[in-house]
Design a protein around this ligand. Structure first.
Ligand code: SF4
Ligand code: SF4
Length: 444
């Protein structure tokens, strides 16, 4: 089997006898699978917050450990000559939303989110990439024609017949509204504070085209804090210099590894001078930024990827870090209104990045907030938009997130993930905000 991801870093992973059951084929990928020791702690009751697909279905086969059993069978030749096209394995992997809950909570840190990318890439090789996955993954490219796409999405959201046709032809749930691109994409303001410390603001596809106010707010806050904020532009030898840079997350999460690698390489080329100069890179969308730190290290892109992983920060991580270093000149005032409920993106929770969010929220005088104890919101990129996944996606959200939001009808909601905000809007009718917007409002 030719791996699509670079699994060599797994050579030393695992604890104790974790490698006792390494499958016969699959090399380093098999080792990553074999890290699971089948102690079934991920199926314990009362159910913790680890795996939303297990919690929503109550089926052991929909837990990380259950998935490993099928993956081992596939790699041991028990599912035939084309195991990645096997429907039993597909049934086990289908509801994994790639939330990394297992990487955080399983004692052996089974990284099923990364394993699913390899699985999906192998399945795409065996059976071809589904039309819907090609469409969703290529969103950053489609948004080059943003006005056409915007009109199409608006029409589809308003005409039930178009939504039904979209479900029949593409498998996109007619019972979901699709996010509509904003009328104008983000335009970077001219940098001020010429003598300030430089920081690069990486504006991802979602902030750029759907929520430009978030990127604008981040720019304003960082500028108010004394930084010289520059934007990330493609390198001059890029073959597509007019196209904004993208981390490749949409491709990677759907197993389109080559396309993700190409996007990541464009980013690395553009960032090389900044990486050499040690300039911090700050981003807004947790799945994009944390992908640069984690999954991108499995793209086999060498030292650029490693440098970037150490130099890229979530907006709130950067604010918290600079506050600790006493570099921050940010004057904040109390905000009107009552309590704010905070839903953390599952990847933020997986890497322990919620601490910085808590620290930043404490910078706002008298700010009352409460973290919602929840796992993945269930939207998980495009997962919750799929016709066959729409109901289970909402079931995942109903485990903790949506009931908590409904229990506090007067509270504001904060969620930094684009998909999380979409799920909260669809499931509870509440518009959640990004922390950059909150800080902008709190500027004195
Ligand atoms: S995934 Fe982790 S918790 Fe679940 S059975 Fe395997 S080792 Fe145990
Ligand atoms: S990544 Fe999330 S959904 Fe997938 S197995 Fe792990 S905990 Fe479950």
């Amino acid at each position: 089997m030719k791996h699509q991801l670079d699994w060599s870093s797994y050579e030393t992973a695992g604890q104790g006898d974790a490698y006792a059951g390494i499958p016969a084929s699959g090399g380093d990928f098999a080792k990553a699978v074999a890290v699971c020791i089948n102690d079934r702690l991920c199926q314990r009751k009362p159910k913790g917050v680890m795996c939303p697909s297990f919690r929503a279905t109550d089926a052991p086969g929909q837990s990380p450990g259950g998935r490993v059993l099928l993956l081992k069978a596939a790699l041991n030749g028990e599912l035939g000559d084309a195991p990645f096209g096997d429907e039993r394995l597909a049934a086990a992997m289908d509801l994994c939303v790639g939330c990394k809950g297992c990487k955080r909570e399983c004692a052996n840190q089974v990284d099923m989110a990364a394993i699913k990318i390899e699985y999906q890439a192998q399945r795409n090789l065996a059976l071809g990439t589904p039309r819907r996955d090609r469409l969703f993954a290529s969103l950053p490219r489609l948004l080059n024609h943003r006005q056409i796409l915007r009109q199409l999405v608006r029409l589809r959201n308003r005409l039930p017949l178009l939504a039904s046709l979209g479900e029949r032809w593409l498998g996109i749930s007619a019972r979901r509204r699709l996010p509509e691109p904003s009328p104008q994409a983000y335009r970077a303001p001219v940098a001020s504070n010429p003598d300030g410390r430089e920081v690069i603001l990486f504006v991802d596809t979602f902030a750029r085209h759907f929520d430009p106010a978030i990127a604008q707010a981040a720019h304003t806050v960082l500028t108010a804090a004394g930084y010289r904020v520059t934007s990330l532009a493609p390198s001059t030898d890029d073959s597509q210099p007019a196209r904004p840079l993208c981390c490749g997350r949409t491709y990677l999460s759907l197993g389109q590894v080559e396309a993700a690698r190409a996007e990541a390489s464009r980013m690395h080329a553009a960032l090389r001078p900044a990486l050499e100069a040690g300039i911090p890179i700050v981003g807004l969308e947790p799945s994009c930024i944390l992908s640069l730190r984690d999954d991108h290290l499995k793209l086999g892109l060498g030292s650029d990827a490693e440098k970037l992983a150490k130099q890229v920060y979530l907006f709130e991580e950067f604010i918290a870090r600079e506050h600790d270093r006493k570099h921050l000149q940010l004057e904040l005032k109390p905000l009107p209104g009552g309590k704010t409920l905070v839903h953390g993106h599952c990847h933020q929770k997986a890497v322990g990045a919620m601490k910085s969010l808590r620290k930043v929220l404490r910078l706002i005088p008298d700010f009352e907030f409460e973290f919602i104890e929840s796992s993945c919101c269930g939207m998980a990129g495009s997962f919750g938009l799929d016709a066959e996944h729409r109901d289970i996606s909402l079931q995942m959200a109903e485990l903790d997130l949506l009931p908590a939001v409904r229990r506090a009808p007067d509270a504001s909601v904060l969620a930094n993930g684009f998909s999380c905000r979409h799920q909260i809007l669809e499931g509870a009718g509440r518009q959640a905000q990004h922390v950059a917007i909150l800080l902008e409002r709190a500027l004195a």
